[in-house]
Design a protein around this ligand. Structure first.
Ligand code: 5GP
Length: 115
């Protein structure tokens, strides 16, 4: 199912895009939770981690390669950053097009678990 992220990937609606290739697109989160908050999204519409197939393994790898490049470009690679993927209701997923959050630019503290 197409979400707003497909429209961003296809440049039908504006975003602050920082990276795009034939596999993935990355753009700044509209409600940043850290000085650097970027969403890394496969161009292919995969709703959740639950929907990843073996055929998608190369694509998932491309998400991590993009994360490494973007972290370097954003100047957060050396200090460090956090990659996060939410899945479904308990994971807090709001947009059902697979995406990896890249947070950085300040100490992020312990894992974001509400107990
Ligand atoms: P999730 O909770 O699904 O892991 O995260 C979805 C993220 O997408 C949220 O952090 C939210 O701020 C971001 N987001 C939702 N709609 C838009 C949009 O139209 N543009 C951008 N750049 N980010 C969005």
């Amino acid at each position: 199912m197409a979400t707003i992220f497909s429209k961003i990937i296809n440049k039908e609606i504006p975003s602050d895009m920082v990276y795009q290739d034939e596999y993935v697109t990355a753009f700044r989160d509209i409600e940043p939770q850290a000085p650097v908050h970027i969403l890394i999204v496969p161009n292919k519409e995969i709703p959740t981690v639950n929907d990843i197939q073996e055929d998608d393994e190369q694509l998932v790898g491309k998400m991590f390669t993009a994360a490494r490049k973007i972290a370097a470009d954003e100047g957060v690679a050396a200090d460090g950053y956090r990659l996060l993927i939410n899945c479904n209701q308990h994971g807090g997923q709001e947009v059902f097009h697979l995406h990896m959050h890249l947070f950085g630019g300040r100490p992020l503290g312990p894992m974001l678990l509400n107990r």
